[in-house]
Design a protein around this ligand. Structure first.
Ligand SMILES: Nc1nc2c(ncn2[C@@H]2O[C@H](COP(=O)(O)OP(=O)(O)O)[C@@H](O)[C@H]2O)c(=O)[nH]1
Ligand SMILES: [Mg+2]
Ligand SMILES: [Zn+2]
Length: 347
């Protein structure tokens, strides 16, 4: 409902839009009226029932009032959500992006990493990718700096059953058409990967212009600098939306049940056949996973990743429970105190 327009005043209108970038207090939202900066931590937002700020990729409703400004009034249900465990002191869930169709896992081929190492890095991101509700895709970048890119891709594809592995070079243009094809029908692709993997360069190559600043990799350790500082949506000229993310130093998994099942379906279906229900799949007799490794069906690197990630997620669950209990205690103490003070006033 719009308030009636009185003389000389323009009425406030409700607008749908998509968040290009969010910084907690406000969000840059693309709408039919262009990009608007909208408050998301304002009294207008709170009165509308907004309890948390939107994230990049969110579809939102705005109240656009030419007199009092633009505010986010609602967030539409998310189709997919990329969540990681907060880094450093912030141990809660940290939502990186929403509503992507594909999570593009980028890994550079310029460093001489063993297949085992690449597998370990990629598999962790695969769990997060599947867990998000989107479809993960692996992109091996900087093929121009690697003499056996195709072989590596082939070997890695065997380690990631059911996942498309694409080799690209932003230098020669190799493989970029396969990425553009994923972006057809205005699909959203979120780029995930370490700093220096070539994400922003890919965004620029696909956009055809310099929309993201890229960084020179430091000579010596081939580690990238964090040149992309905010997650932002980039609309491609033909079709599709890209979401560039700053390289994550670590991708702490927040949850992963669904992601683990999708990433390791072959191992998990073997594991139910182990003789002992609490098999750790190490040296137990009658372990179907070890038998799978011995028979060459399962690669040792993947089995190791699976075990490690399982342990990590179990630990994470425990921490979450402790956290929840603490929050409950805090709520109870608060409630108890408020009842006490009400009683005192009554007396
Ligand atoms: N040779 C080569 N260099 C690349 C390629 N893609 C990116 N780079 C370089 O790698 C460095 C890091 O790229 P950037 O896009 O900033 O990585 P990001 O941190 O993942 O966004 C930059 O110096 C790029 O020029 C590629 O396909 N080939
Ligand atoms: Mg970048
Ligand atoms: Zn077992």
């Amino acid at each position: 409902m719009s308030p009636p327009a009185s003389a000389g005043r323009t009425a406030a209108v409700a607008l749908p839009g998509r968040v290009l970038r969010a910084d907690g207090a406000s969000a840059l939202v693309i709408t039919s009226r262009g990009s608007l900066r909208a408050g998301s931590n304002t009294s207008v937002s709170r009165q509308a029932g907004l309890t948390a700020p939107p994230v990049t990729g969110d579809w939102v409703t705005l109240l656009h009032d030419p007199n009092s400004g633009t505010n986010v009034t609602g967030i539409l249900p998310r189709q997919s959500t990329l969540v990681r465990q907060g880094a450093g002191q912030a141990t809660g869930a940290h939502t990186l992006a929403a509503n992507m169709d594909f999570v593009v896992i980028t890994q550079a081929l310029d460093r001489t990493l063993s297949l085992q190492r690449i597998t370990r890095i990629v598999v962790r991101m695969l769990v997060a990718g599947w867990e998000s509700g989107a479809t993960p895709v692996v992109v091996l970048t900087k093929a121009d700096l690697c003499s056996d890119a195709e072989e590596t891709a082939h070997a890695l594809a065997a380690e990631c059953p059911g996942v498309e592995v694409i080799v690209t070079s932003s230098e020669t243009g190799e493989g970029l058409d396969r990425l553009s094809a994923l972006a057809c029908n205005d699909r959203t692709l979120a780029l995930l990967g370490a700093s220096g993997a070539g994400k922003s360069t890919l965004v620029n190559a696909l956009a055809g212009t310099e929309v993201q600043t890229t960084g020179n990799v430091r000579v010596g350790d081939a580690k990238g600098r964090h040149t992309t500082t905010a997650r932002s949506l980039v609309l491609l000229p033909e079709s599709g939306v890209l979401l560039d993310t700053p390289g994550l130093r670590s991708l702490g998994l927040w949850s992963g049940e669904e992601g683990m099942t999708k990433t390791f379906s072959d191992i998990e279906s073997l594991a139910v056949e182990c003789r002992f229900a609490d098999c750790r799949h190490e040296t137990e007799p009658g372990c179907a996973v070890q038998a799978g490794i011995g028979g060459g069906e399962i690669s040792p690197a993947r089995a190791e990743s699976w075990r490690k990630l399982q342990k990590e997620l179990a630990y994470q669950e425990k921490r979450k429970n402790v956290r929840e209990r603490r929050e409950e205690d805090r709520r109870f103490t608060k409630l108890y105190k408020s009842i006490q003070s009400t009683n005192k006033k009554k007396r």
